[in-house]
Structures are given as C-alpha cells and as structure tokens.
Write a protein that binds this ligand. Structure first.
Ligand SMILES: O=C(CO)[C@@H](O)[C@H](O)[C@H](O)[C@H](O)COP(=O)(O)O
Ligand SMILES: [Zn+2]
Length: 643
C-alpha cells in the first residue's frame, strides 16, 4: 500500500513554479521533495493557501503529487508577514478536506512556522504526527533584521511551541541545528539534520561559451554573478561595493539576477542598488537583468566565472548548490548553510558578510587564476552531486519518516504485548482463585441465602471500583440475576445515597460514611459485604466494627495480603493476586457467583454436583421457556441473563 503523507506550505506553493517565475527556496523545496518522495512510493498532498480565485481546489502536480488549495483569507496574494491571522481558518478548512475525503495521512510535514501551527493543531485533533522544517527561524531573523522584521511578535513563541510538539524537527544545516538547541531548547534527539538539494536535471554544466552567447554576454571578460531574491538581508550591496574594489587586468562584469518583479524600472530595492552602483562609478559594469524564469537560471550560473552570495544570515541557501551543480565556484558568506555547502578552498571561498574588502580580496585572487577556477568548478560538480541531490534529500527524509512510523508501531506493539499479558495474568488469577477459594465462595453464598431466607438483609460497601461493584451486586439481588420473575431480595448498597454520603463526609468525616449507615440500617442477623483490594480502607474497617457491634455477619472480598480487614471479617475471600485490576475483575466474578448461588438456593435448585455449566445454562433457559410470560406479546425475548 502507498504511504500517504501531507505537506503544508501555507505561503509557498509549488504551483508558483509552474508560472516560471523564480520563487523562493521553500517553493522549490516543497515541490522537489514531494516529487522525489512520490518516486519512492509515497503519495503526497501539498496543502497551500489559495491566492488565485480561479484555480481549482485539487491540482495534479506530478505523478503521485497533488496540490490542494485551501481558502483562508482573501484569494489573492497576501504578504507572508500578514498571513498568521488566517491560520485558524486554514486549519479548519484543511481538516474538513481531510475528513470529507476520508484521507488517512501517515504524517504531516509542515514548512515554515505558520504551517507548523496548523500541523500542531491537526496533530491534536486527528492524531497525526508531524515533522517541521522551519526554513527560517524568527529569533535568528530578528537578531539580524531588528526593526525591519515585519512578522508578528508572537512568531518566536509559536516556534518554541512547535519545537515542543513536533515529532521530528528538520535542521537544514549544523548551524540551524545548534540554533534550534540554543535558542529554542529543542531536544537534540528530535532534530534530524537534512540539507536542501538541487535537481541535476535542471542544473548541470553547460559550456560557458554557449551560455554567454545565449545571454549576450561578452566572451572575453570575467563575469561575476549575483542571483536571488532582492531583499536587504541578501547583502547585494556588499557584492556591488566589493565589485567596485576589484582590480583586474581584464574587463569584468557583475550580472545581478533578481527583483521583486520583472519590472526592472520600478523596483524599489533594485533602484537603490542601481543608485549604489552609479555612486560607485561602476553602473556600466553592472547588469541588472531582473527576475528570470527558473529554466533560464542554469545559463546564468553557467555563464559566470564566480557566483557570489553574501547574505547577513542564511538558513540554508539553495543558489550556491545550483551554481556548483553548473560548475561555477562560489564565494559565499561564512553563515548558516553556506558555510556547510561551500568547501573552503575546494569549491570556492567563505568570507564574512558585510565586508566588501574581504570579498574584493578573494575576487582579486581568484578571477585571474583560470586554472583554479576550472579546478574549483570541477570539484563543485562532484561535491554537490555526491551530497546534495533532491533524491538524496528524499532518501534521508524517508528514513526520518520511517523512524516516526516505527515509533508509532512500537507503541502499538507494546500495547498488544500489554493486552496479551493482562489476559494471561487474568486467566492465571481466575484459575488460582478457583483452586483456593471455591469452597469459601460456596459458604459465603449459602450464608447469604440462609440469611435472606430468614428475612435478613445484605448491606454492601466499597470505594472506587468496589463502590461500583457494591451497587452492581445489589442491583442483581433487588432486581434479578438469572431467574426471571422472582421476588426482589433485600439488599442495600451503602454507596448509593449521595445525600447521606456527602452530608456525613462533609460534616463528620469520610471514614464514618458506611458505619453511620450500618448503624441506621443494620440489624442482628443481617450481612455486611465489604469489598476492598487493599483491605485497609478506614471506612470499611469502621463499617465492620459497627456491624459486629450490632451482631451482623461480616464477609470480605479482598486481595493482596488481605490487609487490616482480615481481622474484622467472619469470612474473608482473599483473591490471590497483587494487582488491583485483577483483584477487581475477580471481585466482579465473585459477585456473579454469589448471585448464582443465592438465586439457586432460594428459588430453584437447578444443578447438582454433576451439572455442567452448559447444562445449567440450558436449564435456566428451559425454565425461561416454561415461564411463557417471559416472552412479550410481540414475541421478543425479555431476557433473562442481563445483569
Ligand atoms: O477502580 C479503581 C482501581 O482499579 C479505583 O477506583 C479504586 O477502587 C480506588 O482507588 C479505591 O479507593 C481503592 O480502595 P480499596 O480497594 O483499597 O479499598
Ligand atoms: Zn478499576
């Protein structure tokens, strides 16, 4: 059977990739991971917020992968910083979709903190475990962005809650792992470090000449590439400032791919950067080419001699991988995932962010050195193919999911074991009790029958589970057990009158609640039946002391050592077990055996020493038939075994 899982990616939809525009890393992550998992035999539903009114709800995205649009908030693009208030609706609608379609997910993989909130609530409601990839952590973001961070203030607290409730947390790199432990107190055993990946069918080496011809870039110049979302934290200004400091013997260009839209003229951040280049006097060397379709990116990577990425911080950073996959070495910030994916001196260099001097120095060193560029390019391809394809990522994710599944199965297996041994223990206790107590049970039953015949009554009491048994026994006697249409027998459960019990417990003390009633209802010759698993409950002891004072006969149902009660019972049925549950189960059986004896002795001797249980049952049924009134007019049996 296929293993069904759900992804939640509230703001980053894989459908956005189909339009060709270069969306953020999370869109790629969700799409590529789902596709690879589907290839491995999973069925993946990706739940994302509807941001187009006309799209249908369920979209076949790839074989085994569906994208399900959830309407939560306006069906238009909303900045992710403003999406949190729509998450309760998202959760409700997603839950409705799951229930209506009878979907049984093995687990939910949430992406980003808001999806984590949804997954956490669904875990509670539907009992589905969840895995979280945060993609970025609010605390780290606000450390770097300060005032510029527009996410709601509760983000970090919500992330902490998600960390606490998640079954596994995916860290994207060792830095992410240590941040989760240090700032979020994540339990290290819950964290699995699995990097992001690249798709070797989309990103592969293409001859530089070909790429440059395609993009109209000069063949005889050095080309340096900056590519990615155009936001402050990506440090694009650092790249421009560094480029202005580069001194080479040959001409060079800086190509900048990215922008908030394909409208290069009216993009605010882009204009700020353009002005910077202008002020530094290098505008003619810097090509702002705007946003590009994903399938064009490989030509930009391939055309460049070096790829630069110097963000202030970076949870992972997929672009360095893509560049290396295309055979272009990377100079990147010594932060987050980049310091893990770029191998210093082998596939590129690491520099401090916000340090244009250091970056310029590295460019001055590397750009003129064709041999080193070639070698690093070759190393880059080998390195990323060995460690970072989406297929490898999916294999690691599969192992993580399996660990959760196995743990669930462990719990289920442990339960099955527990059930098996509880039955074994019960069977053993039944047999042992039969061997040790049969004669005493018979004496207890006949004593009760005798007392009832003589016009006396039975008072019964116990605490907790035994209180229920006390009422159970009385119900069988006052009502009927197996003999239909017999008269009711006088028995009172001292557990039944709430007004008496609460008044006496409240005004005088709990220990006297039964004794008071024994004093009020009991008479000489009556029987007091006490049930206690420990034999040490004070109210039981006091009840027997009072009963003895009144000349009553005390019968105990006990267990374990029998406790203090042993000293007060005229007849003690001590179940040979130390387990409270088994003792209670046997007490119930004793209740039924006593009822059988009492009924048979008082109303009809249905069996002899040779009668088997089966014969007795038939005999009772026969009597039932003989008493034709036991059949209602409509022919339905009134029942003679209910108890
Ligand atoms: O049913 C159970 C345990 O299985 C409990 O309600 C249990 O009866 C209560 O703890 C009683 O208070 C125990 O009292 P006792 O059997 O020791 O006299
Ligand atoms: Zn119980």
């Amino acid at each position: 059977m296929k293993r069904k899982i759900a992804f939640i990616s509230e703001h980053a939809s894989p459908l956005a990739l189909l339009g060709g525009t270069d969306s953020g890393g999370q869109n790629v992550y969700v799409a590529e991971l789902a596709i690879q998992l589907a290839k491995m035999g999973y069925e993946v539903d990706i739940f994302t917020r509807r941001d187009q009114p006309k799209d249908k709800q369920v979209n076949e995205f790839a074989p085994g992968v569906r994208v399900v649009l959830i309407t939560a908030g306006p069906p238009t693009v909303v900045a992710k910083e403003e999406l949190l208030p729509y998450m309760p609706t998202f959760r409700k609608e997603m839950e409705r979709f799951i229930v209506d379609n009878n979907l049984n997910y093995e687990l939910i993989h949430a992406n980003f903190f808001m999806s984590g909130v949804v997954a956490m609530e669904l875990k509670e409601k539907l009992d589905v475990p969840f895995v979280i990839t945060f993609h970025a952590l609010g605390h780290i973001r606000s450390l770097h962005q300060g005032e510029m961070d527009r996410f709601p203030a509760e983000r970090t607290d919500l992330e902490r809650l998600i960390v606490k409730n998640a079954d596994k947390i995916i860290a994207e790199c060792p830095q992410d792992e240590s941040d989760l432990i240090k700032f979020y107190q994540a339990a290290p055993e819950k964290i699995v470090t699995i990097p992001c990946g690249f798709n070797p069918e989309h990103f592969y080496p293409i001859p530089k000449k070909e790429c440059r011809s395609m993009l109209n870039l000069p063949h005889n110049e050095r080309v340096v590439l900056q590519l990615g979302r155009m936001v402050r934290r990506k440090g694009i200004d650092n790249v421009i400032e560094a480029f202005a400091k580069v001194k080479l013997n040959q001409p060079a260009k800086l190509v900048i791919v990215g922008g908030e839209s394909s409208d290069v003229e009216n993009d605010l951040e882009l204009n700020r950067l353009r002005e910077l280049a202008h002020n530094l006097g290098i505008l003619d060397q810097v090509h702002f080419v705007g946003r590009k379709n994903r399938d064009e990116l490989k030509y930009y990577y391939g055309a460049a001699d070096v790829f630069l990425t110097t963000p202030w911080y970076e949870p992972f950073g997929i672009t360095p991988l893509e560049s290396m996959a295309c055979g272009t070495p990377v100079i990147g910030s010594r932060v987050g995932g980049i310091k893990h994916t770029v191998v210093e001196g082998v596939t590129g260099y690491l520099v401090d962010p916000k340090n244009p001097e250091e970056l310029a120095e590295k460019l001055n060193e590397l750009l003129p050195d064709q041999d080193r560029l070639f070698k690093m390019g070759k190393n880059s391809i080998e390195h990323v193919r060995r460690h970072f394809t989406w297929q490898q990522v999916a294999e690691q994710m599969d192992a993580c999911y399996k660990a959760i599944h196995d743990r669930k199965m462990d719990v289920q297996n442990a339960e099955l074991n527990m059930i098996g041994s509880a039955f074994e223990e019960a069977a053993y206790t039944f047999q042992k009790t039969a061997a040790e107590l049969s004669s005493l049970i018979s004496i207890a039953g006949s004593t009760m029958a005798k007392a009832l015949k003589a016009g006396h009554k039975i008072l019964v009491c116990g605490n907790g589970g035994s209180a229920a048994e006390s009422q159970h026994f009385v119900a069988e006697l006052v009502g009927r057990f197996e003999i239909p249409h017999r008269k009711g027998l006088p028995a009172i459960s001292l557990n039944s009158d709430t007004a008496i019990i609460t008044a006496w417990a409240n005004d005088f003390g709990y220990d006297d609640i039964f004794a008071r009633q024994v004093q009020a209802f009991g008479s000489e010759g009556d029987i007091l039946l006490c049930m206690s698993t420990s034999g040490n409950s004070d109210n039981i002891i006091k009840a027997m002391q009072m009963a003895r004072k009144k000349g009553m006969f005390c019968i105990n149902m006990l267990g374990k050592t029998g406790g203090k009660s042993l000293n007060y019972g005229h007849l003690n049925l001590v179940v040979p077990s130390d387990s409270t549950q088994r003792i209670q189960e046997l007490h119930l059986h004793l209740v039924h055996l006593l009822c059988t004896i009492i009924e048979n002795r008082l109303f009809n001797a249905l069996y002899t020493s040779k009668t088997t249980a089966k014969e007795r049952t038939l005999a009772v049924k026969g009597q039932d038939v003989l008493l034709g009134a036991d059949y209602a007019l409509n022919g339905k049996r009134l029942g003679s075994y209910g108890s």
